[in-house]
Design a protein around this ligand. Structure first.
Ligand code: NAD
Ligand code: MG
Length: 393
């Protein structure tokens, strides 16, 4: 029996992971740990259904409710960030890292120390601490498998290939909910409008990040860190149909594209069953029905996040941590209605310049502690920048 843990079980990726486990033959998996944020009812339900060893919620305030909901179930309960990290210390063969944001960083690191296979949905881990995470995996004989659909696509296109033969990696982007809006109107986009994603059903935060292309910006950095290619080898193309999930171009001019229905259970299932391919409950493409695929270059005035990602990659070191943390704060402010849609990139840009000295000249982040300290500092600076920029509205 294979042992698995799911960090962020109550989220969009977490629930789709549970869906796949539920469909497996009884006795295939044994669930070690499940963790969630504030939705205690959903966490308790997942823990009961999966007969997890332990269920952990992010905040102490949720512990009593979790205890009550799991009374008599035999599931251990715990709460707090430290307890989530401890849950990652429990050995499991396969661990899903699907907490959203920098909060997913430490649990992923801890799981790698057991030599596990880490299915990585939490792209923030690679953006903030890519070189450290990859080194940690190597040091413990652990494996990281990408879950982000683009990176799963690239990983699959690279199967059996030599990375040295790669000329470029082409990330596809849907363009999100606002892709066809005139630039002038974007400044007034509301949360509800930015949440209306045309192709993918995802968590709230990543859906807004798709509309602003901050998600693609994170993914460009994620690509560079995971596959070890140079920044200039990573390209972005808008592909509104979201049927090609990404492409790899080789030195001989060939391009390998990965296609499929826009359903995250494909990449989750691929990571779960790797290196085998098991049958998955995803829709099959009817190509005659689809008839055509379209592409267009992204407009960098519309998507300053893509330009900022280039600066972050050139700088590396702690710039990824500052970038991600300031993006998270800018997003909080947009979600609360305190900041306009187009002001989010201003907050990130101002934070990166304010932290120029603190980010140092180092090309690589020194330690996880450095990354966490920069994350913390950038949140403070970004909060200041957000208040100032919001005042200019
Ligand atoms: P979500 O918001 O639906 O779920 C996030 C999960 O993290 C929930 O279980 C939530 O309770 C938990 N969580 C939130 N804050 C936490 C904290 N401080 N401490 C502990 N747990 C916390 O998000 P999602 O869409 O499932 O995305 C999860 C990750 O996967 C993100 O890194 C996202 O970028 C990535 N991802 C998601 C998709 C998708 O289709 N949803 C696709 C590609 C990558
Ligand atoms: Mg993606």
């Amino acid at each position: 029996m294979r042992s698995v843990s799911i960090f962020g079980v109550t989220g969009s990726i977490g629930a789709q992971t549970v869906d796949l486990l539920r469909r497996a033959a009884p006795g295939t998996y044994r669930v070690v740990a499940v963790t969630g944020g504030r939705n205690i009812a959903a966490l308790a339900e997942a823990a009961r259904e999966l007969r997890a060893e332990v269920a952990v919620c992010a905040e102490e305030a949720g512990l009593e409710e979790l205890r009550q909901r799991l009374a008599g179930s035999g599931v251990e309960v715990a709460a707090g960030a430290a307890a989530i990290a401890e849950a990652a210390d429990r050995p499991a063969d396969w661990v899903m890292s699907a907490i959203v944001g920098a909060a997913g960083l430490v649990p992923g690191f801890r799981a790698l120390r057991n030599g596990t296979t880490l299915a990585l949905a939490n792209k923030e881990s690679l953006v903030t601490a890519g070189p450290l995470l990859m080194a940690e995996a190597a040091a413990h004989g652990a494996r990281i498998l990408p879950v982000d659909s683009e990176h799963s696509a690239i990983f699959q296109a690279l199967a059996g290939e030599d990375v040295a033969a790669v000329e470029r990696i082409i990330l596809t982007a849907s363009g999100g909910a606002l892709r066809d809006w005139p630039l002038e109107r974007l400044a007034r986009a509301t949360v509800a409008e930015a949440l209306a994603h045309p192709n993918w059903a995802m968590g709230q935060r990543i859906t807004i990040d798709s509309a602003s292309m901050f998600n693609k910006a994170l993914e460009v950095i994620e690509t560079r860190e995971f596959f070890g290619v140079a920044p200039e080898q990573v390209e972005v193309i808008i592909h509104p149909e979201s049927l090609i999930h990404s492409m790899v171009g080789f030195h001989d001019g060939a391009i390998m594209a990965h296609m499929g229905a826009p359903d995250m259970r494909h990449s989750i299932g691929y990571a779960l069953n790797w290196p085998a391919r098991a049958a998955l409950p995803v829709a099959r493409l009817d190509l005659a029905q689809i008839a055509s695929l379209t592409f267009r270059a992204p407009d960098l005035d519309r998507y300053p996040a893509l330009r900022l990602a280039r600066e972050v990659m050139a700088r590396r070191g702690l710039a990824g941590a500052a970038f991600n943390a300031s993006k998270e704060i800018a997003l909080d402010h947009f979600l609360d209605g305190r900041l306009g849609f187009m002001q989010m990139s201003g907050v990130v840009e101002d934070t990166l310049s304010a932290l120029d000295a603190e980010m140092g000249a180092a090309n690589l982040p020194g330690s996880l502690e450095d990354v966490l300290a920069m994350d913390h500092l950038a949140r403070t600076r970004a909060g200041e920048a957000a208040r100032r920029i919001a005042g200019e509205r």
